[in-house]
Write a protein that binds this ligand. Structure first.
Ligand code: IMP
Ligand code: MG
Length: 179
């Protein structure tokens, strides 16, 4: 059904699983003994985060933040609004922000500063996808799944107008879908 709307697959379900497992091993090694707090940025990161944390083999806990920086279109409005704040006190904690995609970087640079203001022990960023060509804010991720080309992509949590998050792979939509 949904496959009919897809023009091209960028990352297959298997490629995603393999890379997520590698990231999980790396994070396990880096955070062992630190009891990190994983903060998922809703909604896009929820699929990635669910898979990633099952590949992390050390004590950790999770929280979520919800922000909006995008309307239902495909370009950023530049403004970040916090719709759901953290439920935990992060002072002294090792925080790992989990994102689906680092695009302009406006969202993550805002969130990183926001969390740093609460005196955590550290704040790092793990993003499944990175589009360095589109960066506006001065920010880089500590863990990157894949670099991806400057195209609007969907699936594995990423949406177009709230749809396609449930695709098990990542791909580009057919041009007529955006019309
Ligand atoms: P940034 O603030 O421009 O870095 O935007 C990051 C957010 O924009 C991500 O969390 C996504 O929700 C959304 N986004 C950016 N690029 C894409 C894309 O290609 N497909 C779907 N969502 C995207
Ligand atoms: Mg989105």
């Amino acid at each position: 059904m949904l496959e009919r709307d897809i023009d091209r697959v960028f990352f297959s379900a298997q490629e995603l699983q393999d890379r997520v497992a590698e990231l999980g091993r790396q994070i396990t090694a880096d955070y062992d003994g630190k009891s990190p707090l994983f903060v998922g940025v809703l909604k896009g990161s929820f699929v990635f985060m669910a898979d990633l944390m099952r590949c992390v083999d050390t004590y950790c806990d999770i929280d979520f933040m919800a922000v909006s920086s995008y309307g239902s279109g495909t370009t950023t409005t530049g403004a970040v609004k916090i719709n759901k704040d953290l439920s935990y006190d992060v002072e002294g904690r090792h925080v790992l922000l989990i994102e689906d995609i680092l695009d302009s970087g406006v969202t993550l640079s805002y969130l990183k500063k926001f969390i740093e203001g609460r005196k955590p022990a550290s704040v790092s960023i793990c993003t499944l996808l990175d589009k360095p060509a589109r960066r506006k804010a001065d920010i880089r991720a500590d863990y990157v799944g894949f670099e991806c080309p400057d195209a609007f992509i969907v699936g594995y949590g990423l949406d177009y107008a709230e749809r396609y998050r449930n695709l098990p792979y990542i791909g580009v939509l057919k041009p007529q879908i955006y019309q």
